[in-house]
Ligand binder design. Structure first.
Ligand code: ATP
Ligand code: MG
Length: 404
Protein backbone atom coordinates (compact mmCIF):
# COMPACT_ATOMS: atom_id res chain seq x y z
CA UNK A 1 0.00 0.00 0.00
CA UNK A 2 1.11 3.55 -0.78
CA UNK A 3 0.93 6.47 1.63
CA UNK A 4 -1.41 9.14 0.35
CA UNK A 5 -0.60 12.00 2.68
CA UNK A 6 1.52 13.13 5.62
CA UNK A 7 -0.17 14.63 8.63
CA UNK A 8 1.84 17.35 10.36
CA UNK A 9 1.53 18.33 14.01
CA UNK A 10 2.74 21.74 15.14
CA UNK A 11 5.33 22.21 17.85
CA UNK A 12 5.90 24.96 20.39
CA UNK A 13 3.64 27.27 18.49
CA UNK A 14 0.59 25.56 19.97
CA UNK A 15 1.26 27.49 23.16
CA UNK A 16 1.29 30.88 21.47
CA UNK A 17 -2.41 31.73 21.77
CA UNK A 18 -3.20 34.72 19.61
CA UNK A 19 -0.29 34.38 17.22
CA UNK A 20 -1.30 30.87 16.33
CA UNK A 21 -2.65 31.50 12.85
CA UNK A 22 0.34 33.67 11.94
CA UNK A 23 2.69 30.91 13.06
CA UNK A 24 0.76 28.27 11.18
CA UNK A 25 0.71 30.29 7.97
CA UNK A 26 4.45 30.89 8.24
CA UNK A 27 5.12 27.19 8.79
CA UNK A 28 2.94 26.34 5.82
CA UNK A 29 4.80 28.69 3.49
CA UNK A 30 8.17 27.44 4.79
CA UNK A 31 7.15 23.84 4.15
CA UNK A 32 6.00 24.79 0.66
CA UNK A 33 9.36 26.48 0.01
CA UNK A 34 11.40 23.54 1.25
CA UNK A 35 9.28 21.01 -0.64
CA UNK A 36 9.05 23.07 -3.82
CA UNK A 37 11.34 20.54 -5.51
CA UNK A 38 8.37 18.12 -5.46
CA UNK A 39 5.86 19.68 -7.85
CA UNK A 40 3.06 17.15 -7.28
CA UNK A 41 2.64 17.82 -3.56
CA UNK A 42 -0.33 19.78 -2.28
CA UNK A 43 -0.17 21.39 1.15
CA UNK A 44 -3.16 22.47 3.25
CA UNK A 45 -3.10 23.64 6.86
CA UNK A 46 -5.78 24.24 9.46
CA UNK A 47 -5.74 25.23 13.14
CA UNK A 48 -4.85 21.80 14.41
CA UNK A 49 -2.69 20.14 11.82
CA UNK A 50 -1.28 20.25 8.34
CA UNK A 51 -1.79 17.83 5.48
CA UNK A 52 0.72 17.18 2.74
CA UNK A 53 -0.91 15.23 -0.07
CA UNK A 54 1.68 13.17 -1.89
CA UNK A 55 -0.17 12.69 -5.21
CA UNK A 56 2.23 9.93 -6.19
CA UNK A 57 5.43 11.53 -4.83
CA UNK A 58 7.69 9.05 -2.99
CA UNK A 59 7.21 9.30 0.78
CA UNK A 60 10.79 8.81 2.04
CA UNK A 61 12.60 11.87 0.64
CA UNK A 62 9.69 14.11 1.61
CA UNK A 63 9.83 12.69 5.16
CA UNK A 64 13.59 13.31 5.31
CA UNK A 65 12.99 16.96 4.42
CA UNK A 66 10.17 17.34 6.92
CA UNK A 67 12.39 16.11 9.76
CA UNK A 68 14.54 19.21 9.36
CA UNK A 69 11.94 21.96 9.15
CA UNK A 70 11.66 24.04 12.32
CA UNK A 71 8.20 24.34 13.89
CA UNK A 72 7.12 20.75 13.24
CA UNK A 73 6.64 18.72 16.40
CA UNK A 74 5.82 15.39 14.75
CA UNK A 75 4.31 13.96 11.60
CA UNK A 76 2.67 10.74 10.45
CA UNK A 77 2.38 9.11 7.06
CA UNK A 78 -1.24 8.24 6.32
CA UNK A 79 -3.05 5.75 4.08
CA UNK A 80 -6.29 6.95 2.55
CA UNK A 81 -9.00 4.32 2.19
CA UNK A 82 -12.53 4.51 0.86
CA UNK A 83 -15.19 4.55 3.58
CA UNK A 84 -16.23 0.95 3.15
CA UNK A 85 -15.97 -1.60 5.94
CA UNK A 86 -14.66 -4.43 3.78
CA UNK A 87 -12.04 -2.17 2.18
CA UNK A 88 -10.99 -0.95 5.62
CA UNK A 89 -10.65 -4.53 6.85
CA UNK A 90 -8.54 -5.39 3.84
CA UNK A 91 -6.35 -2.33 4.44
CA UNK A 92 -5.61 -3.08 8.12
CA UNK A 93 -4.88 -6.70 7.19
CA UNK A 94 -2.41 -5.62 4.51
CA UNK A 95 -0.71 -3.08 6.74
CA UNK A 96 -0.36 -5.42 9.72
CA UNK A 97 0.83 -8.34 7.60
CA UNK A 98 3.58 -6.16 6.22
CA UNK A 99 4.63 -4.99 9.70
CA UNK A 100 4.26 -8.30 11.48
CA UNK A 101 7.09 -10.06 13.25
CA UNK A 102 7.07 -12.54 16.13
CA UNK A 103 5.86 -11.04 19.39
CA UNK A 104 4.49 -7.82 17.86
CA UNK A 105 1.69 -6.18 19.88
CA UNK A 106 -0.98 -3.85 18.48
CA UNK A 107 -4.25 -2.11 19.04
CA UNK A 108 -6.76 -0.29 16.87
CA UNK A 109 -7.77 3.25 17.87
CA UNK A 110 -10.67 4.32 15.72
CA UNK A 111 -12.17 7.79 15.65
CA UNK A 112 -15.22 8.94 13.77
CA UNK A 113 -15.82 12.55 12.80
CA UNK A 114 -18.42 11.41 10.25
CA UNK A 115 -21.20 10.33 12.59
CA UNK A 116 -23.26 8.94 9.73
CA UNK A 117 -20.76 6.16 9.19
CA UNK A 118 -22.34 2.73 9.80
CA UNK A 119 -20.00 1.73 12.70
CA UNK A 120 -19.11 3.82 15.73
CA UNK A 121 -15.55 3.93 17.03
CA UNK A 122 -16.02 1.08 19.50
CA UNK A 123 -17.49 -1.15 16.81
CA UNK A 124 -14.73 -0.17 14.43
CA UNK A 125 -12.08 -1.16 16.98
CA UNK A 126 -13.71 -4.59 17.33
CA UNK A 127 -14.35 -5.26 13.66
CA UNK A 128 -10.92 -4.11 12.49
CA UNK A 129 -9.12 -5.86 15.37
CA UNK A 130 -10.92 -9.08 14.46
CA UNK A 131 -9.90 -8.60 10.82
CA UNK A 132 -6.26 -8.48 11.88
CA UNK A 133 -6.66 -11.70 13.91
CA UNK A 134 -8.11 -13.42 10.86
CA UNK A 135 -4.80 -13.08 9.01
CA UNK A 136 -2.42 -13.04 12.00
CA UNK A 137 -3.91 -15.42 14.59
CA UNK A 138 -0.88 -15.27 16.92
CA UNK A 139 -0.62 -11.47 17.16
CA UNK A 140 -1.16 -9.95 20.64
CA UNK A 141 -3.43 -7.05 21.50
CA UNK A 142 -2.08 -4.62 24.05
CA UNK A 143 -3.93 -1.52 25.19
CA UNK A 144 -1.03 0.21 26.97
CA UNK A 145 1.98 1.07 24.79
CA UNK A 146 1.48 -1.44 21.99
CA UNK A 147 4.24 -1.71 19.37
CA UNK A 148 1.75 -0.61 16.74
CA UNK A 149 -1.12 1.74 17.44
CA UNK A 150 -3.21 1.59 14.30
CA UNK A 151 -5.12 4.86 14.17
CA UNK A 152 -8.20 4.82 11.99
CA UNK A 153 -10.08 8.03 11.37
CA UNK A 154 -13.40 8.22 9.56
CA UNK A 155 -13.76 11.68 8.08
CA UNK A 156 -16.39 12.94 5.70
CA UNK A 157 -14.47 12.47 2.50
CA UNK A 158 -12.65 9.22 3.31
CA UNK A 159 -11.06 7.06 6.00
CA UNK A 160 -7.44 7.50 7.06
CA UNK A 161 -5.09 4.99 8.66
CA UNK A 162 -1.75 5.77 10.29
CA UNK A 163 0.53 3.97 12.71
CA UNK A 164 3.79 5.89 12.79
CA UNK A 165 4.63 9.07 14.64
CA UNK A 166 7.89 10.63 13.53
CA UNK A 167 9.57 13.27 15.64
CA UNK A 168 10.11 16.63 13.94
CA UNK A 169 12.87 19.19 14.53
CA UNK A 170 10.83 21.26 17.01
CA UNK A 171 11.85 24.90 17.39
CA UNK A 172 9.88 27.75 15.88
CA UNK A 173 8.89 28.28 12.25
CA UNK A 174 11.54 30.39 10.53
CA UNK A 175 10.36 33.97 10.17
CA UNK A 176 8.11 34.10 13.21
CA UNK A 177 10.77 35.95 15.21
CA UNK A 178 11.58 38.60 12.61
CA UNK A 179 14.61 39.04 10.40
CA UNK A 180 18.34 39.07 11.16
CA UNK A 181 21.39 39.63 8.96
CA UNK A 182 23.77 36.68 9.18
CA UNK A 183 27.40 37.60 8.48
CA UNK A 184 28.37 34.49 6.57
CA UNK A 185 32.01 33.78 5.77
CA UNK A 186 33.08 30.49 4.28
CA UNK A 187 34.14 29.18 7.68
CA UNK A 188 32.73 26.59 10.05
CA UNK A 189 31.22 28.90 12.65
CA UNK A 190 28.92 31.30 10.85
CA UNK A 191 26.71 28.62 9.18
CA UNK A 192 26.25 27.05 12.62
CA UNK A 193 25.32 30.48 14.01
CA UNK A 194 22.79 30.76 11.17
CA UNK A 195 21.31 27.35 11.89
CA UNK A 196 20.89 28.14 15.60
CA UNK A 197 19.13 31.42 14.75
CA UNK A 198 16.79 29.68 12.31
CA UNK A 199 15.90 27.25 15.07
CA UNK A 200 14.55 30.10 17.18
CA UNK A 201 12.41 31.37 14.33
CA UNK A 202 14.73 34.08 13.00
CA UNK A 203 14.51 34.62 9.27
CA UNK A 204 18.07 35.16 8.07
CA UNK A 205 19.57 36.95 5.11
CA UNK A 206 23.17 35.95 4.43
CA UNK A 207 25.64 38.82 4.02
CA UNK A 208 28.93 37.77 2.46
CA UNK A 209 31.93 40.02 1.84
CA UNK A 210 33.90 39.17 -1.28
CA UNK A 211 37.13 40.79 -2.41
CA UNK A 212 37.79 39.72 -5.97
CA UNK A 213 40.37 39.19 -7.39
CA UNK A 214 41.97 38.48 -3.99
CA UNK A 215 39.17 36.06 -3.25
CA UNK A 216 38.23 33.45 -5.84
CA UNK A 217 34.85 32.58 -7.38
CA UNK A 218 35.29 29.35 -5.43
CA UNK A 219 35.10 31.24 -2.13
CA UNK A 220 31.87 32.92 -3.23
CA UNK A 221 30.36 29.64 -4.38
CA UNK A 222 31.31 28.10 -1.06
CA UNK A 223 29.32 30.75 0.82
CA UNK A 224 26.37 30.21 -1.52
CA UNK A 225 26.54 26.44 -1.07
CA UNK A 226 26.57 26.92 2.71
CA UNK A 227 23.50 29.15 2.41
CA UNK A 228 21.75 26.48 0.34
CA UNK A 229 22.39 23.98 3.13
CA UNK A 230 20.60 26.34 5.52
CA UNK A 231 17.47 26.53 3.33
CA UNK A 232 16.35 23.06 4.37
CA UNK A 233 15.32 24.28 7.82
CA UNK A 234 12.83 26.91 6.74
CA UNK A 235 12.95 27.76 3.06
CA UNK A 236 14.53 30.26 0.69
CA UNK A 237 17.27 32.62 1.89
CA UNK A 238 18.38 35.91 0.35
CA UNK A 239 22.12 35.90 -0.30
CA UNK A 240 23.77 39.31 -0.33
CA UNK A 241 27.20 39.63 -1.88
CA UNK A 242 29.05 42.78 -0.81
CA UNK A 243 31.93 44.14 -2.91
CA UNK A 244 34.72 44.59 -0.37
CA UNK A 245 37.87 44.95 -2.47
CA UNK A 246 38.12 48.73 -2.38
CA UNK A 247 37.81 48.79 1.40
CA UNK A 248 40.38 46.06 1.95
CA UNK A 249 42.90 47.85 -0.26
CA UNK A 250 42.22 51.13 1.49
CA UNK A 251 42.69 49.61 4.95
CA UNK A 252 45.85 47.83 3.87
CA UNK A 253 47.25 51.17 2.67
CA UNK A 254 46.18 53.39 5.57
CA UNK A 255 46.31 51.26 8.72
CA UNK A 256 49.16 49.45 10.47
CA UNK A 257 49.34 45.64 10.22
CA UNK A 258 48.28 45.03 13.80
CA UNK A 259 45.00 46.88 13.28
CA UNK A 260 43.96 45.49 9.89
CA UNK A 261 41.72 42.86 11.41
CA UNK A 262 39.88 45.16 13.81
CA UNK A 263 39.29 47.85 11.22
CA UNK A 264 38.21 45.33 8.58
CA UNK A 265 35.67 43.88 11.00
CA UNK A 266 34.38 47.33 11.90
CA UNK A 267 33.73 48.06 8.24
CA UNK A 268 31.92 44.75 7.84
CA UNK A 269 29.80 45.58 10.84
CA UNK A 270 28.93 49.08 9.57
CA UNK A 271 28.01 47.79 6.13
CA UNK A 272 25.95 44.89 7.47
CA UNK A 273 24.11 47.33 9.69
CA UNK A 274 23.39 49.69 6.79
CA UNK A 275 22.06 46.79 4.70
CA UNK A 276 19.99 45.66 7.69
CA UNK A 277 18.39 49.08 8.01
CA UNK A 278 17.44 49.14 4.33
CA UNK A 279 16.06 45.61 4.31
CA UNK A 280 14.12 45.69 7.57
CA UNK A 281 16.33 43.40 9.67
CA UNK A 282 16.20 43.69 13.45
CA UNK A 283 19.55 42.22 14.49
CA UNK A 284 22.98 41.20 13.20
CA UNK A 285 24.13 37.60 13.67
CA UNK A 286 27.73 36.43 13.41
CA UNK A 287 29.88 33.37 14.11
CA UNK A 288 32.21 34.90 16.68
CA UNK A 289 33.34 32.47 19.31
CA UNK A 290 35.39 33.55 22.28
CA UNK A 291 39.10 32.98 22.28
CA UNK A 292 39.48 30.87 19.17
CA UNK A 293 41.67 33.38 17.43
CA UNK A 294 43.39 36.56 18.53
CA UNK A 295 40.70 38.70 16.93
CA UNK A 296 38.04 37.11 19.11
CA UNK A 297 38.94 38.39 22.53
CA UNK A 298 36.40 40.39 24.51
CA UNK A 299 38.48 43.54 23.83
CA UNK A 300 38.25 42.88 20.08
CA UNK A 301 34.56 42.24 20.34
CA UNK A 302 34.08 45.54 22.09
CA UNK A 303 36.11 47.47 19.51
CA UNK A 304 34.25 45.87 16.60
CA UNK A 305 30.84 46.21 18.20
CA UNK A 306 31.40 49.91 18.95
CA UNK A 307 30.30 50.98 15.46
CA UNK A 308 26.66 50.02 16.00
CA UNK A 309 23.87 50.10 18.56
CA UNK A 310 22.04 47.29 16.76
CA UNK A 311 21.91 44.08 18.81
CA UNK A 312 24.53 41.59 17.66
CA UNK A 313 23.61 37.96 18.30
CA UNK A 314 26.50 35.50 18.61
CA UNK A 315 24.90 32.05 18.86
CA UNK A 316 28.20 30.14 19.10
CA UNK A 317 30.04 32.59 21.35
CA UNK A 318 30.56 30.20 24.28
CA UNK A 319 30.81 26.96 22.34
CA UNK A 320 34.22 25.41 21.89
CA UNK A 321 35.47 24.39 18.46
CA UNK A 322 34.59 20.71 18.84
CA UNK A 323 31.02 21.50 19.84
CA UNK A 324 30.66 23.79 16.84
CA UNK A 325 32.12 21.15 14.52
CA UNK A 326 29.63 18.63 15.91
CA UNK A 327 26.72 20.83 14.88
CA UNK A 328 28.35 21.66 11.53
CA UNK A 329 28.55 17.95 10.78
CA UNK A 330 24.99 17.38 11.85
CA UNK A 331 23.70 20.10 9.51
CA UNK A 332 26.01 18.96 6.72
CA UNK A 333 27.94 22.23 6.32
CA UNK A 334 31.28 21.02 7.67
CA UNK A 335 32.56 19.43 4.45
CA UNK A 336 31.82 22.61 2.51
CA UNK A 337 33.38 24.85 5.17
CA UNK A 338 36.70 23.02 5.06
CA UNK A 339 37.09 23.41 1.29
CA UNK A 340 40.33 25.31 0.78
CA UNK A 341 39.10 28.64 -0.58
CA UNK A 342 40.47 31.60 1.33
CA UNK A 343 38.04 34.31 2.34
CA UNK A 344 38.94 37.97 2.35
CA UNK A 345 39.96 37.98 5.99
CA UNK A 346 42.48 35.21 5.68
CA UNK A 347 44.17 36.88 2.74
CA UNK A 348 44.56 40.27 4.36
CA UNK A 349 45.12 38.88 7.83
CA UNK A 350 48.30 39.97 9.59
CA UNK A 351 50.42 37.34 11.27
CA UNK A 352 49.83 38.95 14.61
CA UNK A 353 46.58 40.87 14.93
CA UNK A 354 46.13 43.02 17.99
CA UNK A 355 44.42 41.07 20.76
CA UNK A 356 43.53 44.20 22.73
CA UNK A 357 42.87 46.93 20.16
CA UNK A 358 42.41 50.42 21.62
CA UNK A 359 39.37 52.19 20.26
CA UNK A 360 41.22 55.51 20.42
CA UNK A 361 43.92 54.15 18.06
CA UNK A 362 41.39 52.52 15.78
CA UNK A 363 39.53 55.79 15.37
CA UNK A 364 42.73 57.65 14.63
CA UNK A 365 43.62 55.27 11.77
CA UNK A 366 40.07 55.31 10.46
CA UNK A 367 40.13 59.12 10.35
CA UNK A 368 42.53 58.74 7.39
CA UNK A 369 39.74 57.08 5.38
CA UNK A 370 36.47 58.23 3.84
CA UNK A 371 34.35 55.91 5.95
CA UNK A 372 30.96 57.15 4.77
CA UNK A 373 31.88 57.05 1.10
CA UNK A 374 33.44 53.59 1.34
CA UNK A 375 30.42 52.20 3.17
CA UNK A 376 27.96 53.85 0.78
CA UNK A 377 29.72 52.48 -2.31
CA UNK A 378 29.81 48.97 -0.86
CA UNK A 379 26.12 49.12 0.02
CA UNK A 380 25.26 50.47 -3.43
CA UNK A 381 27.16 47.61 -5.03
CA UNK A 382 25.44 44.68 -3.28
CA UNK A 383 24.13 41.80 -5.35
CA UNK A 384 21.10 40.00 -3.97
CA UNK A 385 20.12 36.50 -5.07
CA UNK A 386 17.52 34.14 -3.69
CA UNK A 387 18.91 30.75 -2.73
CA UNK A 388 16.47 27.86 -2.87
CA UNK A 389 16.62 24.32 -1.47
CA UNK A 390 18.39 21.72 -3.53
CA UNK A 391 16.81 18.50 -4.57
CA UNK A 392 17.70 15.54 -2.36
CA UNK A 393 20.80 13.83 -3.77
CA UNK A 394 19.11 10.44 -4.27
CA UNK A 395 16.29 12.12 -6.20
CA UNK A 396 18.82 13.63 -8.57
CA UNK A 397 20.47 10.24 -8.96
CA UNK A 398 17.10 8.76 -9.83
CA UNK A 399 16.49 11.42 -12.44
CA UNK A 400 19.89 10.75 -13.95
CA UNK A 401 19.34 7.00 -14.05
CA UNK A 402 15.92 7.62 -15.61
CA UNK A 403 17.64 9.55 -18.37
CA UNK A 404 20.17 6.79 -19.08
P1 ATP B 1 33.84 31.46 10.64
O1 ATP B 1 34.14 30.02 10.84
O2 ATP B 1 32.41 31.79 10.64
O3 ATP B 1 34.61 32.08 9.52
P2 ATP B 1 35.91 32.16 12.42
O4 ATP B 1 36.02 31.45 13.71
O5 ATP B 1 36.78 31.83 11.29
O6 ATP B 1 34.39 32.12 11.97
P3 ATP B 1 36.54 34.87 11.87
O7 ATP B 1 37.03 34.46 10.55
O8 ATP B 1 37.39 35.65 12.79
O9 ATP B 1 36.03 33.68 12.77
O10 ATP B 1 35.17 35.67 11.65
C1 ATP B 1 34.30 36.01 12.70
C2 ATP B 1 32.94 36.28 12.10
O11 ATP B 1 32.97 37.41 11.23
C3 ATP B 1 32.47 35.14 11.22
O12 ATP B 1 31.89 34.11 11.95
C4 ATP B 1 31.47 35.86 10.36
O13 ATP B 1 30.23 36.02 11.03
C5 ATP B 1 32.10 37.21 10.14
N1 ATP B 1 32.87 37.21 8.86
C6 ATP B 1 34.17 36.99 8.70
N2 ATP B 1 34.50 37.03 7.37
C7 ATP B 1 33.37 37.28 6.69
C8 ATP B 1 33.02 37.44 5.31
N3 ATP B 1 33.94 37.35 4.34
N4 ATP B 1 31.74 37.69 4.99
C9 ATP B 1 30.81 37.77 5.97
N5 ATP B 1 31.06 37.63 7.26
C10 ATP B 1 32.33 37.40 7.65
MG1 MG C 1 36.61 32.62 9.28
Amino acid sequence: MQYSEIMVRYGELSTKGKNRMRFINKLKSNIKDVLSVYPLLRVTFDRDRGHIFLNGTAYEPVAESLKQIFGIQAFSPVYKVEKDVSLLKKAVQDIMTELYHDGLTFKVSAKRSDHDFELDSRELNQVLGAAVFEVLPTIQVQMKKPDINLKVEIRHEAAYISHENIKGAGGLPVGTAGKGMLMLSGGIDSPVAGYLSLKRGVDIEAVHFASPPYTSPGALKKAQDLTRKLTKFGGNIQFIEVPFTEIQEEIKEKAPEAYLMTITRRFMMRITDAIRAIRGGLVIINGESLGQVASQTLESMQAINAVTKTPVIRPVVTMDKLEIIDVAQKIDTFDISIQPFEDCCTIFAPDRPKTNPKIKNVEQYEARMDIEGLVARAVAGILVTEIKPEEAADEVDELISDLL
